[in-house]
Design a binder for this molecule. Structure first.
Ligand SMILES: Cc1cc2nc3c(=O)[nH]c(=O)nc-3n(C[C@H](O)[C@H](O)[C@H](O)COP(=O)(O)OP(=O)(O)OC[C@H]3O[C@@H](n4cnc5c(N)ncnc54)[C@H](O)[C@@H]3O)c2cc1C
Length: 402
């Protein structure tokens, strides 16, 4: 496989870089480059700019508003977005539920939900995990009982990212309590404004708000919101989780972070010289970059694999494992490079999600903004999307045959 850019791909990359730099509003780019969680408004504004150009979901099939770009071009586009500081879009919608709807949903669901995702009219959250069902997801207990043309849903979801901003939740619910666990689960789309849905925030170690508990108390969900067949939800979830793990490699994000760490190390002084000139630190950065390049190559290989390739599941687990570890290590390196400035906690004033728990502005340069928060939040990268211990088990079974 040859990953060198041919002239046409290089021209494509230059065109996308120019387009993004010109189209991305400067204030949104500045917030993005500072590493704060993107706000609802920033995501919506940017998604609508992309959608007007047909670029909101370049990895979707063209018939649903995507493109027919090659995997390499889709990857290059992501790299350019991250490098410019574009806000991370609603991944639950674009990467997770969108593909499930266009693959397994009916025509009414496709027409109703897909355009609204592309235009960021509707934000989504993923209601899979429950207090006692994370790694052992098939044990989930939230029940959906058919009642005429509705389901009556009762239960609790937890760690639900962005539930406090979401309009809709795609949830796994138990529709058959007698069948074996995997065979009694269905995939339901729940309007977050339905009576009986309540959301309680969970503040994380970085004093941010992105995860929540969601309580479902006699929530009436129209039966037409069932995706695919009743009791086949586990299969749709497995399809979705493979996408989630491929996405978890997050190499464009890590490449962006690496460039920032290099810039920090070029100006932060240690022992009278820039940190980047310290041979030990420079060697660690070089080693990191080699590992990142190796992972980027692996991502490109996976993007070339067919959707039905039997190795896809295990390969996605490898990407998740390595990608999540690199996400943590680059944030650790950044905070270390910042020295005392690494302790600075910048208030996410423009994010406005957590105004009540903000710390005062510290005396530190702008480039220190957000890094301590990111370092702390990234403890979660080896947990979400399926904990890394579980990925190791998948790899051990399906690759090593153990
Ligand atoms: C920041 C964040 C965001 C999240 N967002 C969402 C979301 O939007 N939607 C959603 O549905 N979920 C979300 N999650 C939940 C996430 O998917 C679960 O936390 C994850 O699957 C682990 O489940 P758990 O927390 O119940 O831990 P547990 O499953 O209880 O695991 C605890 C520990 O035991 C280990 N362990 C468990 N079983 C095994 C085993 N069989 N072999 C070896 N080790 C094992 C795990 O690896 C882990 O280290 C999020 C989590 C976090 C931290």
């Amino acid at each position: 496989m040859n990953f060198d850019l041919d002239p046409a791909d290089a021209a494509f990359q230059a065109e996308m870089r120019a387009f993004i730099r010109q189209a991305l509003p400067a204030d949104i780019a500045r917030r993005g480059r500072q590493g704060f969680h993107a706000t609802h408004d920033d995501v919506q504004t940017w998604m609508r700019i992309l959608n007007a150009r047909g670029l909101a979901a370049v990895h979707w099939p063209r018939q649903y508003g995507g493109t027919d770009w090659s995997p390499l071009r889709r990857h290059l586009f992501q790299v350019e977005l991250r490098a410019a500081g574009a806000p991370v879009p609603d991944q639950a919608a674009l990467e997770l539920v969108g593909p499930v709807i266009y693959t397994f949903g009916d025509e009414v669901q496709k027409a109703r939900y897909l355009p609204a995702i592309l235009n960021a009219d509707t934000f989504w959250c993923q209601g899979f995990s429950e207090p006692n069902s994370g790694s052992d997801l098939a044990s989930l207990k939230t029940s959906a009982v058919r009642d005429g043309d509705h389901y009556l849903v009762n239960g609790q979801k937890t760690w639900t990212s962005e539930a406090h901003k979401a309009d809709m939740m795609f949830a796994l619910v138990r529709t058959d309590g007698e069948a074996r666990p995997q065979a009694g689960i269905s995939f339901l789309l729940i309007d977050m404004k339905s009576p009986g849905v309540s959301v309680r925030p969970i503040y994380t170690i970085n004093e941010g708000l992105s995860v929540n508990e969601v309580f479902l108390d006699n929530v009436r969900v129209p039966a037409e919101n069932l995706v695919g067949d009743e009791n086949r939800g586990w299969g749709y979830a497995k399809f979705l989780l493979t996408n989630e793990r491929t996405m978890s490699a997050e190499t464009p994000h890590t490449a962006f972070d690496l460039e920032q760490v290099k810039q920090i190390a070029a100006v932060e002084m240690r022992g009278g010289r820039p940190l980047i000139e310290d041979p030990l630190f420079a060697a660690r950065l070089a080693r990191f970059e080699i590992e990142l390049r190796a992972l980027e190559t692996a991502v490109l290989r996976v993007l070339h694999m067919g959707d039905n390739d039997p190795a896809l599941n295990a390969t996605a687990s490898v990407l998740k494992l390595r990608g999540s570890e690199l996400r943590q290590r680059i944030a650790d390196l950044a905070v270390e490079a910042l020295g005392d400035h690494g302790l600075a906690v910048f208030p996410d004033v423009e994010g406005q999600d957590n105004m009540d728990v903000l710390a005062p502005v510290p005396p530190a340069p702008d480039y220190a903004a957000g890094w301590l928060s990111r370092m702390m939040f990234r403890r979660a990268t080896t947990i979400y999307g399926g904990a890394n211990e579980i990925q190791r088990t998948i790899i051990a079974k399906s690759v090593l045959g153990l």
